[in-house]
Design a protein around this ligand. Structure first.
Ligand SMILES: C[S@@+](CC[C@H](N)C(=O)[O-])C[C@H]1O[C@@H](n2cnc3c(N)ncnc32)[C@H](O)[C@@H]1O
Length: 284
């Protein structure tokens, strides 16, 4: 197995293991936290009644269901994800809706019906491919001529205090995670606009447009500091570092995360900055 294949397999294992479990458990909280980003990417996508849409890496299905409302009874939205637990939860949440379907598969290799979709969409579901050029080349086959792709991904780690502040606090007590290589999959794999453009153009897409969007993310989702600490220790970079740390070191790291978030508390919000790219591309 090549390094890229191993990293890809590790991602699939992660999203079917601890990552999937945390995202299912924190779904409502994460959706509330991400709502300004969801609004930005859905606005750019501008889904129309009657459209056929693929939601790539749809996870627990929140954006899939919002898009299904937008396309109405004459349209259709398919949520595709490689995580059985997350897709299982999405299926339950979407039960009874006629214009939705769910596919458990890998976006890199799924045999799409050619030209089946008007829009390929994703909220943070496209940065985890071991071979992103192969994945986006495969996804391109799913889009009709003249169709469009719109997704959102994180800008650099240092521009995202909502991730950086808890992780740096935890690092006073637990070992650092190995730094990912520049071509490795992960949440910040698409932070570099030149890399995104290179991947997409090599995969047969036009040069993409990347629009920076800066948001304030309430880590506690209206539930204050306790909920913010719970979220920071379950979702994002600090959660991964904690999971891999020796158990006896975790309480001090969690206490440090709490202390680091305290200055951001305003009534029931714990708001820190988030920085994303909204990426738009068409087949070349
Ligand atoms: C950060 S989560 C985002 C989930 C969802 N889009 C959301 O915003 O709540 C990343 C998602 O990408 C999915 N994913 C990762 N690699 C994938 C692949 N190769 N094919 C399909 N889905 C994948 C994961 O299982 C996970 O659901």
């Amino acid at each position: 197995m090549s390094d890229a294949q191993q990293l890809h397999a590790d991602q699939i294992a992660y999203w079917n293991g601890p990552g999937g479990a945390h995202w299912v458990a924190q779904q409502a909280h994460t959706d509330a936290q991400l709502s300004p980003i969801t609004t930005a990417v859905l606005t750019a996508a501008a889904a129309e009644p009657g459209e056929r849409i693929l939601d790539i890496g749809c996870g627990c299905g929140t954006t899939t269901m919002i898009l299904a409302e937008a396309v109405g009874a004459t349209g259709h939205v398919t949520g595709l994800d490689v995580s059985a637990p997350m897709l299982g939860w999405a299926r339950k949440r979407g039960a009874g809706r006629q214009n939705l379907s769910w596919v458990l598969d890998d976006a890199t290799t799924h045999a799409f019906a050619p030209g089946a979709y008007d829009l390929l969409f994703s909220r943070f579901g496209v940065m985890f491919f071991g071979n992103p050029v192969a994945a986006f080349a495969n996804l391109r086959t799913a889009l009709r001529p003249g169709g469009r792709m719109v997704f959102v991904c994180w800008r650099p780690f240092d521009d995202n205090p909502w991730m950086r502040v808890p992780l740096h606090a935890a690092y006073a007590h637990i070992p650092r995670l190995p730094k990912p290589g520049p071509e490795d999959p992960g949440p910040f794999a698409f932070a570099d606009p030149e890399r995104v453009a290179r991947i997409l153009t090599e995969a047969g897409w036009s040069a993409p447009t990347l629009t920076p969007v800066d948001v304030s993310l309430d880590l506690g989702a209206g539930g204050g500091l306790d909920r913010a600490v719970e979220q920071a220790t379950n979702i994002g970079a600090a959660s991964r570092a904690l999971r891999e740390a020796p158990e006896e070191l975790r309480p001090a790291a969690i206490a440090a995360i709490r202390a680091a978030l305290m200055p951001y508390v305003r009534s029931e919000t714990v708001a820190l900055g988030g920085a994303v790219w909204v990426v738009e591309a068409k087949p070349s």
